[in-house]
Design a protein around this ligand. Structure first.
Ligand code: BT5
Length: 276
């Protein structure tokens, strides 16, 4: 079945959405510079938690650290959700992990694929990136005011939609599974899971999601990685995730690191079930 056009997408999504706060209200654009930038503006103007921005394409899709997100029209999901969690700025980055679990669950629910999570913010299928997450905080002198959780999922993009340099590390659900996925179905599932996990996280903290995260990230455990952090580079072996969502890495001199943010490069491939 061909994917519905952008208006079909918005209408089909509204018809399927059964969430309480997320997606209410829903702002839909056929094209926009960045859904995160727009949602951040709404947040500064006082928009309520749950406000959601979706675009059919982005002209300036953002990744982390000034990188860009390839955002062709008609095939993918570009979504930003405005949240106002009553937590500190130290805890808010956990929303990257909460969102990654919601994306992985939505992919499992709507496709036969087996997604995995690469800490902190990538969802992979067959070791290629199908989703990136960008959580941006707004603060003032009283602390955290809002978090914009931006999620890009490559749903029906063909390989030709990616620039040559991305073709060996990016993928889509269509490329991985060989069939077109209904964008509205996946998006409705994602918002449902995100709402559920967000509420759980608010009530019980990250620990309640820890085992679910570790199941999706099992391929990272025991893997040799290099992580770019603000103070330099940490090279070592992944031990796991602590109760607050920090990545535990045993360094080359057996010292232990606990990382809260960083850019991971997997050295020498993923663990494929060998003893750790
Ligand atoms: C991310 O950054 O992975 C976060 C991406 C978040 C995108 C969403 S879309 C909706 C919302 N609005 C926005 O403007 N952004 C959010 P990072 O970990 O820095 O990864 C970026 C890198 O991924 C790029 O430098 C490329 O190497 C690669 N990349 C770019 N576009 C891609 C795509 N469509 N699929 C897979 N990889 C991509």
């Amino acid at each position: 079945m061909a994917d519905p056009d952008e208006h079909g997408f918005a209408a089909a999504l509204s018809a399927k959405l059964a969430t309480h706060t997320l997606g209410n209200p829903l702002h839909f654009f056929s094209t926009i510079d960045s859904t995160n930038t727009y949602a951040a503006r709404l947040a500064r103007e006082g928009a309520l938690e749950g406000t959601t921005v979706i675009a059919d394409s982005q002209s300036g899709g953002k990744g982390r650290l000034g990188r860009s997100w390839v955002s062709p029209p008609g095939v993918n999901l570009y979504l930003s959700v405005l949240l106002r969690p009553p937590v500190s700025t130290a805890v808010a980055p956990q929303l990257n992990l909460v969102a990654a679990i919601a994306v992985a669950d939505a992919i499992r629910e709507t496709t036969p694929l087996s997604p995995t999570i690469k800490w902190p913010n990538d969802v992979l299928v067959a070791e290629k990136k199908v989703c990136g997450i960008l959580a941006e905080m707004q603060t003032d002198t009283t602390g955290l005011r809002a978090v914009i959780v931006g999620i890009g999922v490559n749903i029906n993009a063909p390989l030709s939609a990616f620039p040559a340099e991305l073709r060996d590390k990016a993928s889509s659900l269509l490329i991985a599974g060989g069939r077109t996925i209904d964008r509205s179905l996946l998006t409705a599932s994602l918002l449902t899971h995100l709402e559920k996990f967000y509420l759980l996280w608010l009530q019980e903290g990250f620990l309640t999601l820890h085992s679910r995260w570790e199941q999706y990230a099992a391929q990272m455990l025991g893997t040799h990685i290099s992580v770019a952090v603000s103070e330099g580079t940490v090279v070592g072996t992944v031990l796991g995730l602590d109760k607050d969502g920090g990545l535990l890495v045993q360094g080359e001199n057996r010292e232990q690191h606990r990382l809260l943010v960083g850019d991971v490069t997997v050295l020498g491939g993923y663990n494929r079930g060998e003893a750790r």
